[in-house]
Design a protein around this ligand. Structure first.
Ligand code: B12
Ligand code: SF4
Ligand code: SF4
Length: 309
């Protein structure tokens, strides 16, 4: 079987496994690395120092460092639904599922196992879901999957931006797809106008992450950096979806039922203010919320209650 046939198999099986979209690119360095570097120089990454570490920087600059045998990369999109029911507080769409990292990585593994069996040959491969030092959005553009919106989200022309990215680095030298060249944003600036934190730079298509509600409620440890920052979070208690919710490309996106397993929050979240760390661990085991521990969760709940008042 040649690489073109293997690529067709990967596409057919990825669709069967529930990935919404997928594309292929090579492992040469990404031109967008210079955008990443200039963004770092603005010092708007808050306490996410891992983004600025020499070892992770080197890997972002040179994809081969992540996997020296890699000859191509498959980029895949996993849909999450825009939540229709919210608790009394707002929780980002991706958190209405059990932690996505493991679930997406499992699907990617399954994909390679199935295709290896069908093709009669097994590649070396490496799965990345969010946590590895990879410029995921830039890779997705180069794999032909969409454009970087003014919100800084990767927007797929049919599936919008309510989706999560993953990549499979492969020792197979699969033919690359054409990079995505169109821009679907035009004169629109709805995301920048609607962002409660005012942190979107619609011209550069980058954000001031240190002010973003998603950063403040998930990544930032301890007290909020200022009273204004705390107020800007409004009633969001984990992440924020505003820049996606207002985007016209999501309003006309093809609705997809996610393969991710959903996680239901209790209606009365306020009672979580009184639970212990071990009760919290039990209740939010395998939910992305577990990441911020009970201290972060209670901080966010207290803040949202104060903001609602
Ligand atoms: C750090 C991080 C954050 C930070 C900073 C986000 C940011 N916009 O920079 C915080 C905590 C704020 C965050 C929030 C969210 N995140 Co986040 N995050 C990441 C992470 C780990 C790194 C992103 C990063 O490097 N940022 C620095 C900037 C400079 O890089 P970038 O945004 O990727 O921009 C690149 C390209 O977009 C391109 N580019 C940027 N501007 C322009 C302009 C032009 C003209 C061109 C040509 C190219 C270009 O070049 C840049 C460098 O490669 C990625 C996973 C990963 N490994 O990539 C997930 C990731 C970007 N996050 C994701 C998600 C889902 C979110 C949230 C929606 C979660 C939520 N609901 O709360 C929000 C959205 C906020 C937003 N508007 O971006 C998804 C995005 C999926 C998608 N469709 O785009 C990712 C890819 C994780 C995943 N595997 O699915 N996130
Ligand atoms: S996630 Fe919320 S705070 Fe962050 S850029 Fe989007 S709208 Fe603004
Ligand atoms: S809201 Fe408008 S400007 Fe923002 S990403 Fe969507 S189309 Fe682009």
């Amino acid at each position: 079987m040649n690489f073109s046939e293997i690529k067709d198999l990967l596409k057919a099986e990825a669709e069967k496994l529930g990935f919404s979209y997928f594309g292929f690119t090579g492992t040469e360095p990404l031109n967008d690395f210079s955008i990443f570097e200039s963004w770092l120089r603005k010092n708007v990454f808050g306490t996410m120092n891992y983004l600025n570490r020499p070892d992770t920087l080197a890997k972002r600059a040179d994809l081969q460092l992540l996997m020296p045998d890699a000859r191509s990369v498959m980029v895949l999109g996993t849909a999450v639904s825009q939540p229709v029911t919210q608790t009394q507080f707002k929780i980002a769409s991706f958190a209405h599922y059990y932690d996505y990292h493991e679930q997406i990585a499992d699907r990617c593994d399954q994909l390679i196992q199935r295709v290896s069996q069908l093709a009669g040959t097994t590649p070396k491969y490496l799965v990345c879901v969010d946590a590895k030092p990879v410029l995921e959005r830039s890779l997705a553009v180069r794999a032909g999957l969409g454009w970087i919106g003014r919100s800084s989200m990767l927007i797929h022309p049919s599936f919008g931006s309510f989706n999560l990215l993953s990549e499979i680095f492969l020792s197979w030298e699969l033919p690359p797809d054409e990079p995505y060249a169109a821009d679907g944003c035009g004169d629109c600036r709805r995301c920048a106008e609607a962002c409660p934190a005012g942190c979107i730079d619609p011209e550069a298509r980058l954000i001031d992450a240190s002010r973003c509600i998603s950063y403040l409620t998930i990544e930032h440890k301890g007290d909020f950096p200022s009273q204004r920052a705390a107020e800007r979070c409004g009633d969001w208690v984990f992440g924020c979806d505003v820049c996606m919710a207002v985007c016209p490309w999501n309003q006309k996106a093809i609705p997809v039922e996610s393969y991710l397993k959903s996680f239901d929050f209790a209606e009365d979240l306020e009672s979580d203010l009184f639970i212990s760390e071990s009760e919290f661990k039990q209740k939010y085991k395998k939910s992305p919320v577990s990441r911020i521990k009970s201290s972060g969760w209670k901080r966010n709940l207290r803040n949202a209650i104060a903001n609602q008042k």
